[in-house]
Each structure stands twice: as C-alpha cells, then as structure tokens.
Write a protein that binds this ligand. Structure first.
Ligand SMILES: [Zn+2]
Length: 417
C-alpha cells in the first residue's frame, strides 16, 4: 500500500469510532442494550443532529435531498467530478441493535476524518450518506431513501404512507427536514461515481470461519406478499367442522404448502412468515379473516422468479372453503456488485493483511438500489453469533475499526479514478 494511503488508513481512530457508537446507542435506547430509532422520528432527528455536529467540527459540508437522505461532503480537487459515496442508514428495527446501519454511517464519517487528518487530496469528493428509512419498520416499504434516490420509485408514491399512529410520512419528513435548516438542498438524479456500504454481516459466516472482512459479491433477490384468507366466523362449540369456513386453518395449510415449495436440501432458499393478523382473534370463535406476510429469498434470478410466480396459484389450489387474495408488496431481483469495486475492497483487505472472505449478502441493503445507478460494493464485519434485528446484536471495536480501514483505503482508490 502507498505510504500516503497507509498514513490516512492509520488515522482511523478505533476509540473514537466505538465512542460514537455508544453515543448513538443512547438515542432511542431500549432495555437489553438495544435501540428503537424509527425513521423520521424525534430520535432520528436527534441522531442526525449529533452526526452533523461531528461533521461540522471537521469543516465538512452538509446537504439533504427531498426524502431526507443526509450527505456529508469532503471536497475533491475536481469539484465537477461526480463524488464517491459511502454510508448506510441510521434508523433501526423496533427491537434493533446498536450496529445495524449506524456502523456504515459512522465508518464512512471516520474514513472521511482519517483522510482529512492525513491532509490527503483526492480527485473526486467523498461523501458520507445516511439513507432515510432503510428498515421500513415505521413506514413501509424498506430501503425507501435509496429506492427514491436511484429513481426506482417516486417520493410522491410514499408521502401518504401512514405509521401505526396515523402519522403521514410526508408530515414526518417535513418535520425532519425542518430540523436541519442550514443543510444545502440537493435534487434527485445527481451523478455518483461509486458507492461503498460497510455493514455488520448479520449472519454467522465470518465469525465461524475466523475472518475479519467480508468482501460482498452481491445481494440475493426477494419477493414479499401479503396473503389474505377470507372465511366466516362461527361458534367453536356448536358449528360442525364440515360446515366451517375456517380462515386460520386454511392459512396454516397454505403456509405448509409454501414451506414445501421452498424446501431446499442445500439450505439456500429462505422462506419466512413473520407477521399474522387474525380476526376476530378469539379462542372460541372460528377465524373469519387472516392476513399473513410471505418473505422468499434466493440469490439465483431464475429460482427467485420461479418461487415468486408460484405463490399465488399455490394459495388458490390449497384453499378449500375460504377465498384467498394475494398482494405482492416487494420485488427485488438479485444484484451482483461491480467487479472494480469488489476488487478494490479485496486489494485493500489484502494489503492491510486482514483475513477476508468473499460472500453474498442474505439481507437486503441500500446498496441494492445504488448498484442500479453506479458501481457498488459492500464490506462486512463479523457480528457476534450472527445475531441481528435483536437487542443482543454485538460487534467488537477492533473489527469495526478494521472495516473502516478497508473502507478508507477503498474510497481513496475510487476517488482518484
Ligand atoms: Zn441495515
């Protein structure tokens, strides 16, 4: 590795990076060491302000776009060259951990600080980005900020989405944007030279195989559906079983059939029913209506397309006395990351002598949408026992800093291309 690059990389401050995770974890802290920081909430605003205070102390400039994606920029020598972006998200699951998302944001800021402290000039500007509403726990769907940034969907489609308290996304967004009145305003459609996202793995492989850095090759595809089963409520003691339209019993049969469809000896296919609403939800009444979610994932485009297409016909075939409605809610095809960015990450890890491994991402990330508009890659670091979307999520200060070092070296290379 070049002397000047190594000098910048060595200025990654492990203690500062860890301390910032500790400070961020206080915003929306919940019992069990977890974090509940919904997108566009008062806690999201507090987290944004804290981040901006660190960025401004270093003299970096701040900008937002109309969906509240937040950018922190360190200027390059060619102000007209499209910037290199690095970041992730600051919102969390309702019972989330201290590292999912926020690590990629803090690692990017740390890389900017290290490069700045070394006085290094890069041709392109480097920008840290915090994407709005990656988790989708408050306002569905997930990865909304990067989806709109990439042009895959329009902001207007989402302003009317409401949370569980009836709050409109448009109103929560206006409040969030009003909290950063001094930020410059960016329109959508700005060209980007490359994007790198650093994230905890959220799976067990790096830890199991004793590697520090995951060189992510792509993200598997997914299909989401809401399945509704319509029956008729009746008395549990008096109504003959043969005369019932039992929505819950048929929902269970449908779920078993999809599990059979998704059965995979190689354990690559992922099938989850994580949400179910039962009406009237009473122990001695036959269920009249059931809504449940379906989440199917696979890295192969042909296989995920085949699985997705099979869901609705299967539901109709299995239902007997009840009727069924299947609504697709999310459709992400698998993405393969850019060979140039993946190669830069692999070189950086190698030159820093960090044990690394190439692997696909099982979870979806903002990088999926960025890969549609610019060369994109991701860096994973280990998380304890692979636990994520859980208060117990954990990572070590040393591994977090190692990922930030690989990120800094990668950004320098990409910003001078
Ligand atoms: Zn995340």
């Amino acid at each position: 590795m070049r002397e000047d690059v190594l000098d910048a990389v060595n200025r990654i401050d492990e203690a500062r990076l860890w301390d910032r995770h500790v400070q961020m974890a206080r915003i929306g802290a919940i019992p069990g060491n977890g974090v509940n920081r919904p997108a566009l909430s008062d806690d999201d605003i507090r987290a944004r302000r804290l981040l901006i205070s660190w960025a401004e102390a270093r003299g970096f400039s701040i900008a937002v776009d109309p969906i509240g994606n937040l950018f922190v920029r360190r200027e390059g020598s060619d102000p007209n060259a499209p910037p290199v972006l690095a970041g992730s998200h600051m919102d969390s699951q309702p019972r989330g951990g201290r590292f999912d998302g926020i690590y990629g944001v803090l690692a990017a800021l740390e890389a900017l600080e290290a490069i700045d402290a070394a006085g290094m000039k890069t041709r392109r500007a480097i920008e840290m980005v915090a994407w709005t509403n990656e988790e989708g726990g408050r306002f569905a769907p997930c990865t909304m900020g990067s989806m709109v940034f990439s042009g895959a969907r329009k902001l207007e489609e989402f302003v009317g989405v409401t949370d569980n308290d009836g709050m409109r996304l448009g109103d929560a967004l206006a409040k969030t944007l009003a909290a950063t009145p001094d930020a410059a305003q960016h329109a959508f459609g700005r060209p980007v030279a490359a994007y790198v996202e650093t994230h905890i793995e959220q799976g067990p492989r790096l830890e199991q195989e004793g590697r520090t850095i995951g060189i992510v090759t792509g993200i598997q595809g997914l299909r989401w559906f809401n399945v509704e089963v319509f029956g008729e409520t009746a008395h549990a003691g008096t109504t003959p079983v043969s005369a019932r339209k039992d929505a819950l019993k048929e929902a269970v049969a449908i779920i078993a059939a999809i599990a059979e469809l998704a059965h995979d000896e190689t354990d690559v296919t992922r099938f989850t029913v994580g949400r179910m609403l039962v009406t009237p939800n009473s122990p001695n009444s036959v269920a009249s209506h059931v809504l449940f979610s379906v989440d199917l994932r696979h890295p192969d485009p042909a296989r995920i397309a085949q699985l997705g297409a099979a869901v609705e016909p299967l539901c109709r075939r299995v239902a007997r006395a009840c009727s069924v409605k299947v609504t697709p809610t999310l459709h992400d095809d698998p993405c393969t990351f850019d060979a140039g960015v993946v190669g830069a990450i692999e070189r950086a890890a190698g030159e820093l002598r960090l044990p690394a491994l190439r692997l696909p991402s099982g979870a979806s990330h903002d990088a999926n949408y960025l890969s549609r508009v610019c060369p994109t890659g991701m860096i994973f670091v280990p998380c304890e026992r692979g636990i994520s979307h859980n208060e117990a999520e954990n990572a070590t200060p040393g591994d977090l800093a190692a990922g930030a070092r690989v990120l800094a070296a990668t950004l320098i290379e990409l910003a001078n291309r």
